[in-house]
Design a protein around this ligand. Sequence first.
Ligand code: PEP
Length: 248
Amino acid sequence: MRRKMAAGNWKMNGSRAALAELDAIAAQSADFDVDTLICPPTLYVSEAVTHASGNPLYIGSQDCHFETSGAHTGDNSAAMIADLGGTHVILGHSERRADHGEGSELVREKARAALQAGLTAIVCVGESEEQRLAKNTLDIIGGQLASSVPDASTAANTIIAYEPVWAIGTGRTATTYEIDEVHDFIRARLIRRFGDEGEGMRLLYGGSVKPTNAAEIFATDNVDGALVGGASLKADDFVPIIKALAAS
Ligand code: PEP
């Protein structure tokens, strides 16, 4: 039985004052039997961990370097995120793949570093609109999965997020048919490669998840939760999503 997860990606949003939302999210979602995670900008992880302490709320980051330390100006290592009390790290998000030219092999190295540091890696995969229209979705996802997920991945240390690029921040959501098809495909590939561990890995859907569409998405097979961007910034939006997940 896979435990459900509602994960929030704050991207480059938020402030120290905005961390008060964490208190509201924690207080209003305490009774829901799901894992709740917020990934603020890395600068705020330490203070976010303080807000989360004593609350059923995990705090993570949105990226890490693949080395533990060294001459990498501006970067943060997985060990540093763990040192701050972070527990998860999002890797291979399409915005990092696009903004920073990150390829799947680099994502795998980062994920490997995250696992070594004791973090849970949330590895993102997803096709562009062009790739979907060309009917290449499953080939793209299969390739990203094979190259981005390290061999050391287990059900306990790795989560996969399917995020169609065309659905992120656009207000367009994949249909439940599209989500079902891709999540079933990912599950089959994970089982083929990792056996029982692949059966146990959680699969999150991400891409314009809102309180209004969450229940329908969570009713889809092989959807174990969501990676939520814009709607995770405010408790008023995120808590109803967590509630819909708990009820699914
Ligand atoms: C994301 O940033 O991973 C995401 C899914 O964003 P949004 O929910 O805003 O589409």
